[in-house]
Design a protein around this ligand. Sequence first.
Ligand SMILES: [Mn+2]
Length: 237
Amino acid sequence: MRPWIGITMGYDADEQQFRLNSPYQQAVEAAGGLPVLIGVSAELASELLTRLDGILFTGGADLDPALYGLEPAAGLGGVSPKRDAFEIALAREAYKIGLPTLGICRGCQLLAVTGGGTLFQDLPSERPGSIKHFQTAPRSHQSHTASVVAGTQLAELIGHEEIRVNSFHHQAVHDLPEGAILAATAPDGVVEAFEDPRHPYWMAIQWHPEGFWRNDPAALALFRSLVEAAKRKVLSA
Ligand SMILES: [Mn+2]
């Protein structure tokens, strides 16, 4: 039996239509999971999570900086208050109940903010000297290197100290949540991944493995690790 992996959807600019890039669904299937697309009211987050075995927070709009105590900077992009509300409710609950959780790009930033961390609202204007983190090359192109921190769960599942990743973000994690550990950095020091060893599986990555899992086993390994953690949860229930 495939574990049920929730995949969060975003909205269009008016927050009317749901949107999701389909490669997330394809990657979860390739890793052995059963994808369940999620859009839900914040009030129903905890009830929904009792029916899921794992959850994937996907990429998308910027988080409202008010969520981490800042006024909007000039470089802030579009925000989606409805999505912020339901995803934060889901992430809080997923942490509380030990649900295997993977955050990608915005999802990485979401997990940081949910845990009390903060973000750079716009790398080019707030962190001059950063490399180009919003590549214009195709999504499958692995444009920059990242160093994986030895001894982390990420290092174990990837099996390399240095990887190449794609990059489609103008924001990044500034302060990690308390208790989380850094798992990968870009050559300029930007946080590319973190995890929380106090949780069964809590992985946050800034790149988009759904864009290159067909070409690189290290990208598919991330989805596999989520699915395997979800299977362990099913077996222990
Ligand atoms: Mn990057």
